[in-house]
Write a protein that binds this ligand. Structure first.
Ligand code: ADP
Ligand code: FBP
Length: 304
């Protein structure tokens, strides 16, 4: 079974404001609510592909109720918390501006109840940890949870940032997928040219990742393993809502990996899934992913 862990889920409130003016009263041209948070997005894309997963994490308050009612799925197995889950604001205009809230504070008892779920894991499972930590959790929470996963023999994937990413890289994730800004922050150096991306990706593998993707939004993505390196130029199309594009990449890769595909095919599914979500209002559906899969081209960077 694939488990996704979203420690800090959200309602994503998408607000279309064509000419945002700070310090003035703006009128929205359109608004949408989506259940969000990185692991939830991964599970939703996997479900659209017909691949089952279970969703773990914390949900609370009226916002938590909205998320569970909207998802209305047997895959939900969240730990209830007393404070309300967060609302993240995504302003769409000439540019995309995001305001991600801190989220609820998790108590020691709530954390204990959540950790108890890990006892069901066995060596055939994969756990995907995604997103920021909620308040009140120890700073080494991801390392501790990865240790629990590894005790069961299961594998893990992690999509987070900063010190938590640095520490868990050394624990050998199956996949990490930082974007350019996240990898620049991790290694404290600017990542501008493709050669900068290449060096950073090789470093992710040296630092412990089994596979790494560095995503670059409209500039495409690069894939790394011990002996492979591919660059996928971005596909051209109309970007509708790129929230969740990175999460969709992870889901695309993991879904293909769970079906025994090669690294290059898994990467192509990752790019097709990320792009399909960027070209959709919500998390992408299977039909568009399959259409785009046939358009993804890979450049083998070990041969160039
Ligand atoms: N503007 C875009 N045009 C084409 N593809 C895109 C665009 N934005 C995202 N994608 C696709 O989705 C992937 C993930 O997007 P990115 O924005 O890099 O991730 P994140 O959401 O984690 O920051 C990209 O590598 C690319 O394949
Ligand atoms: O946990 P974080 O880092 O604050 O990110 C949460 C946000 O990221 C998202 O999961 C989208 O992530 P991506 O666009 O990187 O795929 C939103 O649904 C959510 O609002």
């Amino acid at each position: 079974m694939i488990y996704t862990v979203t420690l800090n889920p959200s309602i994503d409130y998408i607000v279309q404001v064509d000419d945002l003016e700070f310090g003035a009263t703006n009128r929205a041209q359109g608004t949408h609510f989506f259940p969000g948070g990185k692991g939830i997005n991964v599970s939703r894309l996997l479900a659209n592909q017909g691949i089952p997963s279970k969703m773990w994490g914390f949900l609370g308050g009226f916002t938590g109720n909205y998320i569970s009612e909207t998802l209305a799925s047997d895959a939900l197995d969240f730990t209830p918390v007393s404070e309300a889950s967060r609302i993240n604001i995504k302003i769409k205009g000439n540019q995309e501006t995001e305001i991600n809230a801190g989220g609820p504070t998790i108590s020691e008892d709530e954390l204990k109840a959540f950790k108890a779920k890990f006892s069901v894991l066995t060596a055939v499972d994969t756990v995907i940890f995604s997103g920021s930590m909620a308040r009140g959790l120890p700073t080494d929470i991801y390392q501790n949870l990865v240790t629990l996963v590894q005790k069961s023999g299961a594998q893990f994937i992690i999509d987070t940032t900063g010190d938590a990413l640095k520490a868990t890289l050394a624990q050998g994730p199956v996949l990490v997928k930082p974007n350019r800004a996240e990898v620049a922050e991790l290694y404290q150096q600017p990542i501008e040219s493709l050669s900068d991306v290449q060096k950073a990706g090789e470093r992710l593998i040296q630092d412990g990742a089994q596979h790494a993707i560095i995503s670059m939004a409209g500039d495409g993505a690069m894939f790394f393993s011990n002996d492979e390196m591919y660059y996928a130029p971005a596909l051209v199309g109309k970007v509708v809502n790129s929230v969740g594009a990175g999460d969709s990449m992870i889901a695309g890769f993991v879904g293909a990996l769970s079906q025994g595909m090669s690294n290059s095919e898994c990467f192509k599914y990752a790019v097709a899934s990320g792009t399909a979500t960027a070209f959709s209002a919500d998390i992408a559906e299977k039909q568009l992913i399959d259409e785009l899969f046939n358009q993804v081209t890979l450049q083998n960077m070990k041969e160039s």
